[in-house]
Design a binder for this molecule. Structure first.
Ligand code: XIL
Length: 398
């Protein structure tokens, strides 16, 4: 292992350090002072001494993981089950509540996989975050079928389908989940492009001159009517980017102005090990400043080790070089310092997955590479990133 690591590693490390040096504000904070020469590298603490994340963070916020149906099966995934039971106070249903799973056909629902995950969570005293009612990526075609020659009638047909779907799904899980991502990724990316327009919802609502964005309001109103108590969220990625954030917050402001029931903003924080903690700080602060009524959730946290141009194409399955693991840990530490600072508005922080064994980032169609974005490694052992966030005194590798 060590031989394999040292072989050819210097080129990789040089590339990574160049990249990190080039990233303004990368990582930031978290005890990155250089130890005196001759200091032995820190050793990863013994896994058996790992505290439960949910105990460490109980004073601040729920700590969660997104979970896929197969990961709660003790026969095939005993280590994932053990991690969920020990560490997490929240589970997000990763895929089983998306409309391409639940909405089999108009009026026909497949609730079972989500029900199984929710039952597992509740049997183990874990709360559930529900994700997501409306996402352009997972909305089946039946929502949008119909004759568009009478635009007003077509728009009304789609609108009623949306309202019926949300009413039925939210009613079904009423009292079982503490939050719903009502709409997911609806903000535009470019400056001044408030709404995502490449969405079948936006397109359908726009037919014949309709207001494409109205589906968002309809979705929140239907969700609130079905469950007066569940917290309703708008969820999006890159809230740490000021341009994207301005679009998202313009939507939230508009909803608030219209009296639409919205409780909070979900920050996905799908990012990488060079993300600036200050940019995430700014995102959480911006929501707080918009309205004291709004809650923040960090909903899909993961930090890819492939930090952009100049990063190696693939570390492979041989393991993460310790310097990179150390950098990742410093960034996680800096982020959790920010999260704790915002605990008055932030009541849930969720990782997008349990361990590096199953991360969506290793399965992204265009990029086939092994990623290492989470707190537990592929063997389900705590990584440097884990130790960095549970104990500020733990020295991290350089
Ligand atoms: C991803 C899941 O992790 C994958 O398993 C699935 O194939 C596609 O969706 N933003 C989101 C999540 O809001 O729902 C996505 O989850 C990741 C990006």
């Amino acid at each position: 292992m060590e031989t394999q690591r040292s072989c050819g590693l210097s080129a990789i490390l040089a590339a990574v350090s160049m990249l990190l040096a080039a990233c303004s504000g990368g990582g930031g904070g978290g005890g990155s002072s250089t130890p005196p020469p001759g200091t032995p590298p820190p050793q990863l603490p013994d896994a058996s001494t790992a505290p439960a994340l949910k105990t460490v963070f109980a004073p601040y916020f729920r700590i969660g993981a997104a979970v896929m149906i197969e990961e709660i099966d003790p026969a095939t995934h005993p280590d994932d089950v053990a991690l969920l039971k020990k560490h997490f106070s929240s589970i997000t249903v990763a895929n089983a509540l998306k409309a391409d799973t639940v909405g089999v056909a108009e009026g026909q629902y497949n609730f079972e996989p989500a029900e199984q995950i929710i039952a597992f969570a509740h049997d183990n005293g874990i709360e559930v975050r529900a994700h997501t009612l409306v996402w352009h990526f997972t909305s089946p075609d039946w929502f949008f079928a119909g004759d568009r020659s009478d635009p007003a009638a077509y728009r009304e047909l789609v609108r009623q389908r949306l309202k019926t779907y949300i009413t039925d799904v939210v009613t079904h899980f009423k009292g079982q989940v503490y939050a719903w991502d009502v709409v997911n990724e609806v903000a535009g990316a470019a400056q001044g492009e408030t709404y995502r327009t490449d969405s079948p919802w936006y397109e359908a609502y726009s037919v014949g001159g309709g207001n494409g964005a109205d589906y968002i309001e309809d979705a929140f109103r239907a969700a609130r009517a079905a469950d007066p108590d569940v917290k309703l969220f708008i969820n999006d990625f890159l809230t740490e980017n000021p341009v994207k954030r301005a679009n998202l917050l313009a939507i939230v402001q508009d909803l608030l102005d219209k009296g639409v029931p919205i409780d909070g903003v979900g920050h996905q924080v799908h990012s990488n090990i060079a993300v600036s903690a200050d940019s995430v700080d700014a995102a959480l602060t911006a929501v707080e400043q918009l309205s004291p009524s709004l809650i923040n959730h960090v909903t899909e946290l993961d930090l890819s080790v492939y930090a952009g141009p100049g990063a190696p194409a693939n570390y492979g399955t041989g393991g993460l070089p310790s310097a990179v693991a150390g950098q990742q840990a410093r960034t996680y530490r800096a982020l959790f310092e920010v999260f704790r600072k915002h605990d008055a508005s932030l009541d849930s922080v969720t990782a997008w997955g349990i361990s590096d064994a199953e991360t969506w980032l290793s399965h992204l169609g265009a990029v086939q590479r092994t990623d290492y974005p989470l707190l537990f490694d592929a063997q389900r052992q705590p990584k440097w990133a884990f130790w960095a966030i549970v104990d500020p005194a733990v020295q991290l590798p350089q």
